[in-house]
Design a protein around this ligand. Structure first.
Ligand SMILES: C[S@@+](CC[C@H](N)C(=O)[O-])C[C@H]1O[C@@H](n2cnc3c(N)ncnc32)[C@H](O)[C@@H]1O
Length: 261
């Protein structure tokens, strides 16, 4: 019997030990395709030599994390959903619970939690907590800084730009401190770490698309346990839960699931 593990399996184990990223939760084909670009760039013939290169080259390590994490984000991504959040979902949660505890899970550069913070400010809601987490330390660093290039801000209305962003120079803007400091950023790996409890609204958008079915189910189960009964999960536009009742969730609006008792 041949017990030798294939070199991608070996690579995944070594990456988990080195970087704490569990590639078992991500679709193999996606990762292999994305990482293949880097392997070609450095001429790595297999995953074992690629791992050795990552071990020795900090820039390559960063590039590898970038390929795995895919940080693409936008302010008010899918604006009609954010309007729904502002007009109905958040006011409804505040009416019901008296305050609102929000978690942006997989927050990337902060665009998503800051969009939520802007809405809360516009609604004059003061009684809230806003937690934002990601696996990627570099993305979190940028998120905390709250500095964005002008092209990252397209789609934001003039009114919001003048109220919530300060011009630093010709190309960069910084989100105002009242919004920036209202968000608490933390590193949290959705596949390894403990989830916070008692949430009223969890935004987990465009994160699980890269996960295996097993990893998705793990995340849905834990998100459901993180939500208070009556709390809501907000998914990305291409994401669905096909069997929400399995996780004590029910679809209440496109992309919104409510935690049931
Ligand atoms: C495409 S971005 C989505 C950003 C934002 N939620 C949005 O929809 O615009 C995906 C984010 O998920 C993060 N991510 C990937 N795997 C993760 C994991 N296991 N735990 C936590 N975050 C993860 C990535 O680092 C990346 O910042």
């Amino acid at each position: 019997m041949n017990l030798r593990i294939d070199d991608y399996t070996y690579f995944k184990k070594k990456i988990k030990d080195l970087l704490g990223i569990d590639l078992d939760g991500y679709k193999d084909e996606q990762i292999k395709r994305r990482v293949g670009v880097l392997m070609n760039r450095i001429g790595a013939k297999d995953f074992i030599s690629f791992y050795k290169a990552i071990e020795n080259d900090l820039q390559l390590r960063k590039d590898f994390i970038d390929k795995v994490t895919i940080n693409v984000s936008e302010f008010f991504r899918n604006p009609e959903q954010f309007e729904l959040l502002k007009d109905k979902i958040i006011p409804g949660l505040v009416d019901r619970f008296g305050s609102v505890k929000i978690w942006s899970a997989g927050c990337s550069y902060g665009n998503e939690p800051y969009s939520a913070a802007i809405i809360l400010d516009e609604l004059k809601i003061k009684n809230f907590t806003l937690l934002a987490t990601d696996i990627d330390d570099e993305a979190l660093y940028k998120a905390k800084e709250g500095i964005y290039k002008i092209e990252e801000l397209k789609g934001i209305s003039q009114e919001r730009m003048s109220r919530y962003f300060l011009k630093l120079d010709e190309t960069r803007y910084k989100i105002v401190d009242s919004i920036r400091l209202s968000v608490k950023f933390n590193r949290l790996d959705l596949l390894r770490d403990l989830y916070p409890k008692g949430m009223h609204l969890i935004l987990c958008r465009n994160v699980i698309i890269y996960f295996t079915q097993e990893a998705k189910e793990y995340v849905f189960k834990n998100i459901s346990e993180s939500l208070t009964a009556g709390g809501l999960l907000f998914l990305g536009n291409t994401e669905r839960i096909f069997n929400p009742e399995k996780f004590k969730l029910r679809l209440v609006d496109l992309f919104f699931y409510e935690k049931v008792m």
